[in-house]
Design a protein around this ligand. Structure first.
Ligand code: 13P
Length: 257
């Protein structure tokens, strides 16, 4: 039996936009998705923009996510934000283990795992990112690297033998992020299939059928349809092209209606 996974198009704003630009962008998205059904839409603004983003979203069907969080609930962690604080700012999701966090801010599979556990405990849906570098791909190590990242970043799920089907994974090949160089739909599909098989082996078939796996890395209006046509690609985590309302709306409306 095929399980129908609802596609998700998520915009990761990274460290971009002023408040006024954020408000205008959300207004364009709201108008652009009017009447649209069957696609979940999410934006992940910088922490300081969450309140402004919520104000602009109002009750429109746009999920709000943090770009990161700390695993503790509170305490002496200068500069950090807890999952509870994200919930206080009306976030339902949180991006965890983005490659920029891993490479520029020394995040490891161990700390990503702690964050995934904390988010899940709180009822925040984690969007857990994995992906190989160009060197790792060219050395033929893509699948080994991904297996290590999945085993490590979801270690607590493995220990509990439970992965909530609402958990979202994102495959973001590091060489495709912000480079204009997208993985071909076939390259992405191959990895998404590998990830789904990993979920099936580690947990069970039902979970593997339900977990959504997003693709990220130079997603644009021009390449979204071919990516979404792949059976194991359930959506996109969009960086650069999510900062412009018209291109993000075009990506959300990839089905052409
Ligand atoms: P780009 O879409 O700018 O390549 O960024 C992808 C990304 O990192 C989304 O999280």
């Amino acid at each position: 039996m095929m399980f129908q996974r609802t596609p998700m198009i998520a915009g990761n704003w990274k460290m971009n936009l002023r408040h006024s630009e954020a408000t205008a962008l959300i207004k364009t998205i709201r108008q652009g998705i009017e009447g649209l059904e069957g696609v979940e839409v999410l934006v992940a603004p910088p922490f300081t923009h969450l309140a402004v983003a919520r104000e602009a979203i109002g009750d429109a069907p746009i999920f709000l996510a943090g770009q990161n969080m700390h695993w503790e609930m509170s305490g002496a962690f200068t500069g950090e934000i807890s999952g509870r604080m994200l919930q206080g700012a009306t976030c339902t999701h949180v991006i965890l283990g983005h490659s920029e966090r891993r490479t520029l801010f020394n995040e490891t599979n161990e700390t990503v795992d702690l964050k995934v556990r904390s988010a899940t405990f709180l009822g925040l849906i984690p969007i857990v990112c994995v992906g190989e570098t160009l060197e790792e791909r060219e050395a033929g190590n893509t699948f080994d690297v991904l297996k290590t990242q999945l085993d490590g970043s979801l270690r607590n799920f493995k220990a509990d033998q439970l992965m909530r089907p609402s958990t979202i994974l994102a495959y973001e090949p590091v060489w495709a992020i912000g480079t204009g160089r997208t993985a071909t739909p076939e390259q992405a599909q191959e990895v998404h299939r590998f990830i789904r098989e990993w979920i099936e082996t580690t947990f069970n078939t039902g979970t593997a059928a339900q977990v959504r796996i997003l693709y990220g890395g130079s997603v644009k209006p021009e390449n979204i349809s071919d990516l979404m046509a792949q059976p194991d690609i359930d959506g996109a985590l969009v960086g650069g092209a999510s900062l412009k309302g018209d291109s993000f709306v075009q990506i959300i409306r990839y089905k052409g209606h």
